[in-house]
Design a protein around this ligand. Structure first.
Ligand SMILES: Cc1ncc(COP(=O)(O)O)c(C=O)c1O
Length: 437
């Protein structure tokens, strides 16, 4: 969850002023631990933006601050570098696009201290999946009313521990989970997650989470009978969801559920629309304001002048584009035979941060230190002794024909779901290091 050993070394180098150009050092000065945040009010949030983020060119290369940092800093390889100003920019852009929604950052996307701390100071609330994430938020002085325990699969003792620390908002999608919450977190706000097909999402979250709407209605009634506050409904349209009509589709289901539950005497008050907001990988994605507009219009269509409280839980859309992994080529080889493609092995693979290349689902943009010349097709793989550690074999990747061992490769938009997926010591490789600047 935190920067690995090499990452910590990189960070301590950062604090050694003489070794790092002042321009780079100026940026990461903000303290890791936020001051106690006042109640989140939109006006205060916007006033807190101290720095303008430097965004990469349209469809372009490295974010400028990361490029400057990597030009001089000594970091281990591979290493994720995250520009926290871009994280703040993304958060604020979403806040402006959905002014009536509360944003709960999905901590699982990247739990780095500086990210949580900056978002906490901007007034974000937090979607958490475990006690580890809850404690992390509390360490950053996030008050428990800004924490939702959003995992539908929780140990009863963890629910009790969260409740003891003041958390009062819990997700569920089954009767057994609801009973656990009722036993150890009496009176809490609970919301039921409904199943979604997640059509069009590059990283679907279907099947495992949520229940059918008919069951959700019964469970919300049961929640009230168990003495809980039947607060609302949640869904997730799938991560990296670029089909904006999916939010409308999900709300059609949600509003029907609101009506059904109302007919049974319960006024639900909240819709949690999950994540789905994108990063820019190889294909173009709609802008965050376009997501905002689609969601606002869908809410107006379905709820009219009886708007519920709205929550969104972005992860990827906040941190993905803010990070770049700097990696290194370990080997370029050929295998003979008809295929003819070169195999390029990097020092980072599926087990050290690039898990979302599973089934070639997420297709990262790559840059190398030899860009500009002739390119030819490659198969891209990680460094471990596991044959599952192939990143791209079917997707059409081309890299410079003169690429060699030792050359640098930058994997763009890797701020989300990388450090958290990295194995501790598979094959003896250290977990993915990370630095926030
Ligand atoms: C409950 C929940 N909320 C939010 C998210 C974040 O989704 P995204 O990264 O697509 O914004 C996830 C992702 O797994 C999730 O499970």
């Amino acid at each position: 969850m935190f920067a690995s050993e090499p990452g910590r070394r990189a960070r301590s180098r950062l604090s050694t002023k003489s070794q790092v150009p002042t321009k780079v050092l100026d940026a990461p000065k903000s303290p890791d631990i936020a001051k106690p945040a006042a109640a989140p009010r939109r006006k205060t949030k916007l006033a807190l933006v101290a720095r303008q983020a430097e965004m990469p060119d349209e469809r372009g290369g490295l974010p400028p601050k990361i490029e400057r940092y990597l030009a001089t800093a000594e970091v281990p390889s591979p290493c994720l570098v995250v520009d926290v100003d871009i994280v703040a920019h993304n958060f604020l852009e979403l806040a402006r696009s959905l002014p009536d929604a509360r944003i709960f950052y999905a901590v699982k996307a990247n739990p780095a201290d500086k990210i949580v701390s900056r978002l906490a100071r901007l007034g974000s609330a937090f979607d958490t999946a475990s006690m580890g994430e809850i404690d992390l938020c509390l360490r950053h002085r996030v008050t428990p009313d800004r924490i939702s325990f959003g995992n539908t699969i929780k140990k009863e003792r963890d629910i009790a521990a969260a409740y003891a620390k003041g958390v009062r908002m819990f997700a569920f999608d089954s009767e057994a989970e609801l009973e656990k919450i009722a036993r150890v977190a009496p009176g809490s706000k609970v919301y039921c997650r409904v199943l979604m097909e997640c059509e069009g999402a590059e990283w679907p979250l279907s099947r495992k989470f949520g229940c059918e709407p008919e069951m959700a209605a019964d469970l919300l009634v049961r929640a009230r009978d168990l003495g809980l506050d039947a607060y609302g409904v949640s869904f997730h349209v799938g991560s990296q969801q670029t089909d904006l009509t999916q939010f409308d589709k999900a709300l059609t289901r949600t509003v029907a559920l609101f009506r059904e539950v109302a007919s049974r005497g319960i006024e639900l008050r909240m819709v949690n629309m999950g994540g789905g907001f994108p990063s820019r990988y190889r294909t173009d994605v709609p802008s965050i304001p376009a997501y905002g507009q689609a969601i606002r219009e869908a809410l107006a269509r379905h709820f009219g002048d009886r708007q519920p409280e709205v929550i969104v839980e972005p992860g990827r859309g906040i941190v993905g584009d803010a990070g770049v992994i700097q990696a290194e080529v370990v080997l370029v080889s050929e295998k003979g035979g008809a295929d003819g493609r070169r195999w390029v092995y990097l020092d980072v693979g599926k087990f050290h941060g690039l898990a979302e290349t599973m089934d070639e689902a997420i297709k990262y943009r790559l840059m190398t230190s030899r860009d500009g010349g002739e390119t030819s097709p490659v198969v891209l793989a990680g460094p471990t002794c596991d044959s599952a550690d192939i990143l791209y074999e079917k997707a059409d990747y081309r890299l410079p024909s003169d690429l060699k061992a030792g050359d640098k490769v930058w994997i763009l938009a890797t701020g989300a779901y990388t450090t958290t997926y990295s194995a501790v010591a598979f094959n003896g490789f250290p977990p993915l290091a990370s630095v926030c600047i």
